[in-house]
Design a protein around this ligand. Structure first.
Ligand code: SF4
Length: 269
């Protein structure tokens, strides 16, 4: 008997929190709000495993993308008077592109210090895992030995392994994410300056808040790793100091980030 077709989720359903996916960390597997997220519902709806149906699904994806405002951040209009207009009075493509380029340059200049630091952090993580991989491996072997000798219970060894795995996952997930979010925060900042939207809730603050959360969670994961490998802490201290400096710098540049309310996540009682 053919399986009954599941209904496509309706993004207007009140169970979904509008805009929750704008300020999340995209870690759906770990998200506590996936059941209230329209983007997650759309993505996981009827996901086919059969490659024959994949093309159809891909087409649907592009059609949905073309007609939906769910994914993309709307393009901002150039500030009045800053872009050349054509005969119909609308800005030309060249003028809009030049405007975008100018904003991009300004965003890069403003955020140079923080985005460079975020990029450096990402490289530091790769380097650490390349050079120090023996540490987690050794840790796992030691745990096995301790279980064999009866010095540690299986349950406690499993707990240790889960803790180690969680730390590595957190570090790896946010490794490049911090850089991406900071780029968006600075870009939004210059766009908002152009539009003079200083009083409204600002995308720059929201994006900076998400970057700060990612930095803080990464810091917590590195601290936990340091506790697991107390004999090898030098390389981790360097990373911790670097991340902490980045955190302080981002906080200074985006003083409103802390009070920004992310839909759903910051509405919790
Ligand atoms: S809000 Fe949660 S479920 Fe939705 S996209 Fe973000 S992480 Fe994924």
């Amino acid at each position: 008997m053919p399986k009954p077709r599941r209904r496509t989720p309706d993004p207007r359903n009140p169970r979904f929190i509008p805009g929750i996916y704008d300020y999340c960390d995209r870690w759906c597997e770990r998200c506590e709000f996936s059941h209230r997220c329209a983007q997650f519902a759309m993505r996981s709806h009827d996901r086919p495993d059969d490659p024959r149906t994949r093309d159809i699904e891909n087409r649907k994806f592009w059609e949905t993308l073309g007609s939906s405002s769910l994914v993309a951040k709307p393009a901002r209009k150039p500030k009045p008077g800053t872009a050349k207009k054509n005969a119909a009075g609308t800005p030309t493509i060249e003028a809009a592109a030049a405007h975008e380029k100018r904003l991009d340059r300004r965003a890069r200049t403003l955020g140079q210090r923080e985005t460079n630091a975020a990029l450096t952090y990402s490289h530091m993580v790769d380097e650490w895992f390349n050079n120090e991989l023996r540490l987690p491996l050794q840790h796992v072997r030691n745990l096995e030995r301790r279980v064999e000798k009866g010095l540690t219970s299986v349950a406690s060894a499993k707990g240790e392994l889960v803790r180690l795995n969680d730390c590595v996952e957190v570090i790896r997930w946010y490794q490049a994410f911090i850089y991406v979010k900071l780029c968006r925060a600075f870009m939004s900042f210059v766009e908002e300056e152009e539009e003079r939207t200083l009083a409204a809730p600002r995308d720059s603050s929201g994006s900076a808040k998400v970057a700060l959360i990612a930095i803080e969670r990464s810091l917590a994961a590195w601290v936990a790793m340091r506790e697991m490998f107390p004999e090898e802490t030098d390389s981790m201290i360097e990373i911790l100091l670097h991340l902490d400096r980045l955190r302080r710098s981002v906080k200074r540049k985006f003083p409103r980030a802390k009070s920004f309310k992310r839909p759903g996540f910051d509405d919790k009682a």
